[in-house]
Design a protein around this ligand. Sequence first.
Ligand SMILES: [Fe+2]
Length: 494
Amino acid sequence: MEKEKALIVDDDPIVRDILADILSSICGFRIDTATNGLEALENLRNKKYDIIFTDLNMPKLGGMDFLKESIKSHPSIPVVMITGISTVDTAVAAMKEGASDFIIKPFQIDKVVTIAERIIGERKLLSKRNADTDQEASIKRINAELFKKLQEINILQSLSLELDGIYNNKDIYEKISDMATRLLSVKHAFFGILDGGCLNIVQSTEFQKKEIKINGSLYENVIKRKSCSIILYDGSEPYNGFCSNKEILFIPFTLKDEVFAILGLYDKPDQTAFTDDEIAIIQTFAKKASLRIENNALYEVFYNNLINTLKSLVISIEARDSYTKQHSERVAIYSLQIAEVMGLPDEDRDAIRFGGYLHDIGKIGVRDIVLLKPDRLSQEEEAEIRLHPVKGDEIVKPIRFFPKERDLIRYHHERFDGSGYPDGLAGDSIPLYVRILSVADAYDAMTSSRPYRPAKEHEVAIQELIKNSGIQFDPEAVNAFLQTPIGKGIRNED
Ligand SMILES: [Fe+2]
């Protein structure tokens, strides 16, 4: 460790020598000396000192004036006044001017040592406290970084939840850019899917959707490297949609180690470069989104297989009863027509499209002798038939991702006035897509022949619907049905 350095200022060479001797041999200081205040100021300009000892009475520049100058130019260096017994009062006055202490001639060695060590000790403590202040600043900085990271992790978590709720990859593709800008607080992003030799930009916060040829473009390298790249787009590449001279962070999305899409981010509000932390968090997001996309693709295959299996099941049920042949298909078609008139959202229409087919799937649990009975049903048989919505619900219940289809299966025999079955729901507590299906189901049942009665005419069935509007059926659904092609009697005979 480097020794402390002391400056001794005294015009008396004996005093200088004695003091230098004590401070160097006992305290281990390195010593410089000066014979007056002016000389000492010159020393201060050229060298660093940890402590100064100065006489009061000196030629050229006395101790008091030197003290003032020293404190002005080097306030952190402690100054100890050397004084004779006759000038103790002046030394005390010097302390009021900022001197750290004084020693009285002739020197008592232990007093000199004690004062020197005390002052140096205090100086060390002070510098440690200054270092602590730096530490405080760095803790504040680290805390701010941690807070930012925590915020990013929170956003990442909420984005993950959001992604988990999107089953359609098209919807994910359209949201990735917005999600990424939220995660890294950048102004702009774009997301493109690789399609043949092109990058098909599906969403961008700044420019139009379009196709970019990969060959020779800056994307080529990103695809080859399969890792995040930061590229300064200088405009020399073929036009890519954004302005030149932008630092763009490219994040490739991979499935089975193959790049299938690229996310680009640029324009940080503070204009700083992307940090390693930011790149790490966006990579985590990309992995999460890629997994979700892969799951959705698998789910779509699974979903389509399942739909086909369930449809076959419905066809086999309908095949048992020639009178209800293609009933489910027609109910789905009529319901969709009503949904269109009423402007239902796509997800409800999707549920109707599939749930319409499935609504009577519970009939698989009804015995042939009851289902196919040509005569009117007994009370017990009626009760068995009335169980089909619950049985159907039980069939699809394990398939958690069909909640609306389940509603259609379970509630399609509920009535608007609450007198239906199995749960006696009424009015708005029956979902709208179910109220719609009830109208379509009743119309098709009435206009189809049954073993025990012929089919009703279209007009008769319509009158029946109108008569029961507000009782069995939702009036709005009945009104909408009247506006559909089938409600107007326009029928493509199957
Ligand atoms: Fe039914």
